[in-house]
Design a protein around this ligand. Structure first.
Ligand code: PLP
Length: 392
């Protein structure tokens, strides 16, 4: 008798691996300038400072132990103080919850806030890590387009007027991944008002807010309503390996997330949480460090956007890249970026085609370019290679 293969759960039906992760495997060639990945620059990560903090953390054997599910107490206190300043209202420690990167907060929130079939509104193009979470939760996902001011609140209003009732609206409010844009203060206020009027949660997913180049990013959406759950992370300002993200949310949400985190991994790492605490609490050092990252990424962003505009002129419209890690660019003459990619890789440059971020379909002439890991001359060379591929 041939053995019967046991089935996997239905929730996996229709789930796909991130197109970007699959693509990265193809483009990870030494001769390719890879603008496809979305990684912060490891050269700018404070390795020596992390090593010192690790050494001092390990002086205490308690750091080898399990810690609280909601996060190591002193880290939550440091985060509560930071978020109080950022949001502009007192954030109690009980409303701060530490997660394994902000991605885990998204994943646990998917379970805490969503029943199967619930409606989730995301921005289109979307952060694919959020799409994966909401689809795995069995949600019905609808996209609202972005423009230069962020999520089109008029389109969200229309959807609500049609009688749709989202459980969650997800937004990457600052320096959108992949769209590159920042939601305007007016739209932040409007989104918060709609959340209260219609009784939905907003997940404000903000790992990039501190990476501004010219002027600080606006007050968070969370400043305007307690219906907003705010996520942030140490990944982009310190290092992803710390796997330290955090959530600011009302007590009931934190308690729900706590129950599920206990099932998922019991707790985070007391070691990396103490390291993160020491680095975030050293404000003088941190502000110098983040300034350096901002300056460096700002120069790179300017080089990439400048080269795109010089080389392509009106054939490309791109975001200005005022912060974060990404430029979103549209070919105005209909170039198919998915079809172009293999020619571009042959020429030695990689990007992510816009279609990889589309909620349903679209963005066939768009692409996301990450400027964080190459210096200005290399970014200019990348644009030259791209132009050769387009002209082929
Ligand atoms: C919009 C957004 N949210 C969340 C994350 C997850 O970051 P982490 O889990 O490292 O905090 C990312 C990572 O790229 C992101 O771009």
């Amino acid at each position: 008798m041939s053995p019967l293969t046991p089935p996997l759960a239905h929730r996996l039906d229709g789930l796909r691996s991130s197109a970007i992760r699959d693509l990265l495997k193809l483009t990870a060639r030494a001769d390719v300038i890879g603008l496809a990945g979305g990684l912060p620059d490891a050269e700018l990560m404070p390795r020596d400072r992390i090593a010192l903090a690790a050494e001092s953390a390990l002086a205490d054997r308690a750091r080898l132990q399990y810690t609280e599910s909601a996060g190591w107490g002193p880290l939550r206190e440091v985060l509560a103080a930071r978020e109080t300043a950022r949001i502009g209202r007192p954030v109690p420690v009980e409303e701060v919850f530490v997660t394994h990167g902000s991605q885990q907060a998204l994943s646990l929130l998917g379970e805490v806030l969503l029943d199967p079939g619930a409606l989730v509104v995301v921005e289109d193009p979307a952060y694919v890590g959020a799409l994966q979470v909401f689809r795995a939760a069995g949600a019905r996902v609808v996209g609202i387009p972005l423009d230069a001011q962020g999520m089109r609140i008029d389109a969200l209003t229309e959807l609500l007027e049609r009688g749709e009732r989202p459980a969650v609206v997800h937004t990457v409010s600052n320096f959108h991944n992949p769209g590159g844009v920042t939601m305007s203060p007016t739209r932040r206020r409007e989104l918060a008002t709609l959340a209260e009027r219609h009784g939905f949660w907003v997940i404000e997913d903000d790992p990039y807010g501190e990476l501004w180049f010219d002027e600080p990013s606006p007050a968070p959406v969370a400043s305007y309503s307690p219906n907003v759950i705010r996520l942030s992370s140490a990944s982009k300002i310190l290092a992803p390996t710390l796997r330290t993200g955090w959530m600011v949310a009302p007590d009931a949400v934190c308690r729900g997330v706590e129950l599920l985190k206990q099932g998922a991994d019991l707790c985070g790492s007391a070691l990396t949480q103490q390291i993160t605490t020491e680095l975030l609490a050293d404000e003088a050092w941190l502000s110098g460090h983040v300034d350096k990252v901002r300056r460096c990424y700002g120069e790179r962003a300017e080089a990439l956007v400048g080269a795109l505009r010089d080389r392509f002129g009106e054939r490309i419209v791109s975001t200005d890249a005022t912060g974060g890690m990404f430029v979103w660019a549209d070919f105005t003459d209909g170039v198919d970026t998915a079809a172009l990619l293999s020619r571009a890789v042959d020429r030695g440059v990689a990007y992510v085609p816009g279609s990889a971020f589309a909620v349903t379909a679209g963005y066939r002439s768009s692409m996301r370019l990450c400027f964080t890991t190459f210096d200005a001359p290399t970014l200019r060379a990348a644009v030259e290679r791209l132009a050769l591929a387009v002209d082929e």
